[in-house]
Design a protein around this ligand. Structure first.
Ligand SMILES: Cc1ncc(COP(=O)(O)O)c(C=O)c1O
Length: 408
C-alpha cells in the first residue's frame, strides 16, 4: 500500500530543502530498527517494565447488559504510564533518538497527553525537552502543563493562528529547522511528513497486536467491530493494525463538536466537508475553505480538534476499509457519565467519542458478537472541562474557594 510514504493519494513528505537531510537520516534510522528484531524486543521490555504493558482488555459486563446487544470489551490504554496511548509512540521514538545520538527533543501537544509523555521520556532518557502547545489548549489543560514543567520540560504557549494543535505543530517545525543537528521532533500522531505516519503507527501497533491476542484468548473468535477515536489517528491506527487482514469492521470516531450542521466540529472524514490538500509537510484531507485556508475546528476534547488527519486513514476512507463516524460533545459527555456509573472507569473525553458511537451501535448487534472500544486515555486530566459540562455546583464552590485563597 505504501510507495515511499504514500498511501494511495495521501502522505508524502513536502519539506523545506533545509530539512531533507534530517528526514533522510530519520528514515534510515527507522528502516534500521524495523529490520532489527532486537529493537522490538527492547521496546517491549521497556514498555512492560515502565508502562504496564500488555494493557488489559476489560469485559464491560454492566454496559453489555445495559445495551443488550454485542459484548463490549475495552482496551485499557488508560492504564499506561502517563495515562494514555501516547507513551507507546514516545518511548519508541526515545529509543530511536538514543540510537541517533541526539540530546534534545521537541514536541507539539493538544490535550497535553503527548506533551506529558514526551517530557516523561525526556526525563528518563536524559534529554532536554521543549513542548509547543496552543495558548487555548494551555488554558484548558493546565494540570498537564503543570506536570510537563515539573518533569523539567519548557512549555511554550503558541500565540499564533487559532492557538491550538495545528499552530503548535507549525511552531515545532520552526524550532526543528533551526536546531536539527541536535534535536529530534517527537511528532505525536500518525500525521506529518513521511516517515512519521508509518513510524507512529508502527509503535502504536502494539495496541492492536495485544488486543487481537487477548480477544481470541477470551472469546475464541475475532470481534465484529473495533472502535477508536480519531484525532490525528495514532490510537486508531494502533488498534486497527491488529485487524487489517481480518474480517473485522474498523470504526473511527471523530469530533462532531456542536453538530456537523453547526460547522463547529473536527469531522474530516465523516462530515464530507474536508478536501485533500497539502499542509504541514504532507497530503491528506483537511478542513479548509475554498481558498485552502484552514478552518477553525471545535471539540470538547483538546486532543481531537486537529484540522488534518492521518494519510493512512484518508486512504482507508477512500478504499472503504474503515468506516468513519462522529460523536457530538453532548453524546460524549453522556457516554462518559454512563461509563463512570456502570463500570467505574473514567475515559478521557477523546476516548469517550469511541464509547459514544459504540453505544449507539451495540444494541443492533447480536449477543454472540464482541466489540472492542479503545480507551485511549484516562479522564482525570479533563476534570475542569467535565465539571463544567455537568455543571457541578460543589466543584464550582471548590474553585471559587481556591481562587479566594490565592487572592487573600
Ligand atoms: C487520550 C487521547 N486520545 C486520543 C487522542 C487523539 O490522538 P490520536 O488520534 O493520535 O490518537 C489524544 C490526543 O491528544 C489523547 O490525548
Amino acid at each position: 500500500m505504501k510507495n515511499r510514504g504514500y498511501y494511495g493519494n495521501y502522505g508524502g513528505a513536502f519539506l523545506p530543502e533545509i530539512l531533507v537531510a534530517t528526514f533522510d537520516e530519520l528514515e534510515q534510522a527507522f528502516e534500521n530498527i524495523k529490520t532489527d528484531p532486537g529493537f522490538w524486543n527492547d521496546y517491549e521490555a521497556l514498555m512492560s517494565s515502565y508502562s504496564c504493558r500488555p494493557t488489559p482488555l476489560t469485559f464491560a459486563g454492566n454496559l453489555t447488559r445495559e445495551f443488550g446487544g454485542a459484548k463490549i470489551y475495552i482496551k485499557r490504554e488508560d492504564l499506561n504510564h502517563t495515562g494514555a496511548h501516547k507513551i507507546n509512540n514516545v518511548m519508541g521514538q526515545g529509543l530511536l533518538v538514543q540510537q541517533m545520538g541526539k540530546k534534545r527533543v521537541i514536541a507539539e501537544t493538544g490535550a497535553g497527553q503527548h506533551g506529558v509523555a514526551t517530557a516523561t521520556m525526556a526525563a528518563k532518557f536524559g534529554f532536554d525537552c521543549t513542548i509547543y502547545m496552543g495558548e487555548v489548549d494551555v488554558a484548558r489543560q493546565r494540570p498537564n502543563v503543570f506536570w510537563m514543567e515539573q518533569l523539567g520540560a519548557t512549555v511554550v504557549p503558541v500565540k499564533t493562528g487559532t492557538r491550538i494543535l495545528k499552530d503548535a505543530i507549525n511552531e515545532a517545525f520552526r524550532d526543528w529547522v533551526s536546531h536539527m543537528d541536535t534535536t529530534h521532533y517527537v511528532l505525536g500522531t500518525a500525521c506529518g511528513p513521511h516517515p512519521f505516519p508509518e513510524m507512529v503507527a508502527y509503535f502504536q501497533s502494539i495496541i492492536g497486536t495485544e488486543a487481537r491476542q487477548q480477544i481470541l484468548a477470551r472469546e475464541g473468535c475475532l470481534p465484529k467491530r473495533v472502535y477508536a477515536c480519531v484525532g490525528g489517528g495514532s490510537n486508531a491506527m494502533g488498534l486497527f493494525s491488529g485487524f487489517l487482514d481480518d474480517p473485522v469492521e474498523l470504526v473511527g470516531v471523530e469530533a462532531g463538536g456542536k453538530g456537523i450542521t453547526s460547522g463547529q466540529h473536527a469531522s474530516r472524514l465523516s462530515s464530507k466537508e474536508a478536501s485533500p490538500g497539502i499542509a504541514q509537510g504532507y497530503k491528506t484531507y483537511f478542513l479548509q475553505d475554498d481558498d485552502g485556508q484552514m478552518r477553525e475546528t471545535h471539540s470538547i476534547s483538546a486532543g481531537l480538534d486537529y484540522v488534518g488527519v492521518s494519510p493512512i486513514l484518508s486512504h482507508m476512507q477512500d478504499q472503504g476499509t474503515a468506516r468513519f463516524e462522529s460523536a457530538t460533545d453532548m453524546e460524549v459527555v453522556a457516554a462518559l457519565k454512563l461509563t463512570l456509573r456502570k463500570e467505574g472507569i473514567i475515559p478521557a473525553l477523546e476516548s469517550a467519542h469511541a464509547f459514544a458511537r459504540a453505544f449507539k451501535e451495540a444494541p443492533s448487534l447480536s449477543p454472540e458478537d464482541a466489540i472492542i472500544i479503545n480507551q485511549s486515555g484516562r479522564g482525570d486530566k479533563d476534570i475542569f472541562t467535565v465539571a463544567d459540562a455537568v455543571n457541578d455546583p460543589k466543584w464550582k464552590e471548590f474553585i471559587i474557594g481556591k481562587a479566594a485563597e490565592y487572592n487573600a
